[in-house]
Design a protein around this ligand. Structure first.
Ligand code: FMN
Length: 214
């Protein structure tokens, strides 16, 4: 686990083994977003959740270690998720971890999607597997998802300039989501009546008013 207290940018990686390219990939984005916005950061993987995950049917079945990871994920201001591609999708335990989370707990949370794979063939895994999962949670999934293959890493570290550039786009989007959230929170504390009749952005409405669950 790489952690600081009061983490607000949290990474969660679905790797089963260490060292892990995916974990490093997720951590790269967590640290970039946290560094640029003065936020604390923490990155976790399945190892950090610990051995109670596999047999857990409910959140209460996790031990303290696992529960702390789950609470950090749910409490994050921005979430960066990633998984190695296994059989064309995220790993089974990655899904199982999110199966334990309440369906409303990630609602409106900015989520950056990442994945790694052995080759290019499953590059749309981020769109066809990860995006629907976080859409289920009604999270604010950032538009740019990032997939990297084994050849994009050198000694486990991201080496591809093209992927870094694409990553910049995601980091920018995370910044916009954060700014909007802070703006909405500030307005909440200091309402300006003259603006009350103005249309708000969808994201502002999300934070301020919530959108009724249908
Ligand atoms: C059980 C298993 C299944 C895999 N299935 C795929 C796959 O369907 N498509 C793919 O591109 N890579 C696949 N891979 C390769 C991994 O996704 C790839 O090496 C990944 O980057 C490993 O990440 P890690 O270093 O974080 O474990 C598979 C690897 C394993 C062990």
């Amino acid at each position: 686990m790489t952690a600081m207290t009061n983490a607000t940018v949290v990474g969660f990686s679905g790797n089963l083994a260490r060292p892990s390219k995916t974990r490093g990939f997720v951590e790269h984005f967590v640290n970039e977003i946290a560094g640029r916005h003065g936020l604390a950061a923490a990155t976790f993987d399945l190892d950090d959740v610990g051995p109670t995950l596999g047999a857990a049917r409910w959140t209460r079945d996790l031990d303290d270690t696992g529960r702390k990871v789950l609470d950090a994920v749910v409490g994050a201001e921005v979430l960066v998720v990633g998984s190695p591609t296994y059989k064309g999708s995220y790993t089974g335990l990655f899904k199982h971890f999110f199966d334990l989370i309440d369906p409303t707990a990630l609602r409106g949370k900015p989520v950056l999607l990442t994945a790694t794979g052995g080759g290019e063939r499953h590059a749309l895994m981020v769109e066809h597997q990860l995006r629907p999962l976080f859409a289920f949670f009604e999270a604010l999934v950032l538009p740019t998802a990032i997939y990297a293959t084994d050849k994009d890493f050198l000694d486990g570290v991201l080496a591809s300039e093209a992927i870094r550039k694409r990553g910049e786009q995601s980091i920018e989007e995370a910044g916009l989501a954060l700014a909007s959230r802070r703006h909405a929170a500030a307005e909440d504390f200091a309402p300006s009546p003259e603006l009350d009749d103005q249309p708000r952005s969808l994201i502002d409405r999300y934070w301020l008013e919530g959108i009724p669950r249908l």
